[in-house]
Write a new protein. Structure first.
Length: 127
């Protein structure tokens, strides 16, 4: 199945790295980009992505705050927060809101593990 994934990061270079890894893993998926939470919210309303990757550290609303907002509105949407900051408090809060945590720099293997879980989640329970 062809899914839509939204990549939100204020760094164009970080978005390009995520897109490169995603292109290898799932070349047929639709890739959407946003540089901040306002652009992300517009993309979510307009394009309705299936999966969202959020940078933790962005101007304005943090990725963690945006993840909490998204999951409150879309509880079944797989959301990952990406950060180089691996403090236990951030990991705990990410888990508490129902998001996944991915370490920066984002690797193809790390992204693949999250996306496999996300796809399983979107497909629902197996018969």
């Amino acid at each position: 199945m062809n899914y839509k994934i939204l990549i939100v990061d204020d760094s164009k270079l970080a978005r390009m790295a995520a897109i490169k890894a995603l292109s290898v893993l799932y070349p047929d998926w639709t890739r959407l980009e946003a540089a901040n939470s306002d652009e992300a919210m517009r993309a979510i309303q307009d394009a309705r992505p299936d999966i969202v990757l959020l940078d933790f550290n962005m101007p304005g609303k943090s990725g963690l705050d945006l993840a909490a907002e998204l999951l409150a509105e879309h509880p079944h949407m797989p959301v990952a927060v990406i950060s180089a900051n691996r403090q236990q408090q951030i990991l705990d809060r990410t888990t508490a809101i129902g998001a996944f945590f991915l370490a920066k720099p984002l690797t193809q293997d790390g992204l693949a593990a999250f996306l496999e879980t996300a796809v399983d989640h979107l497909r629902g329970p197996k018969s």
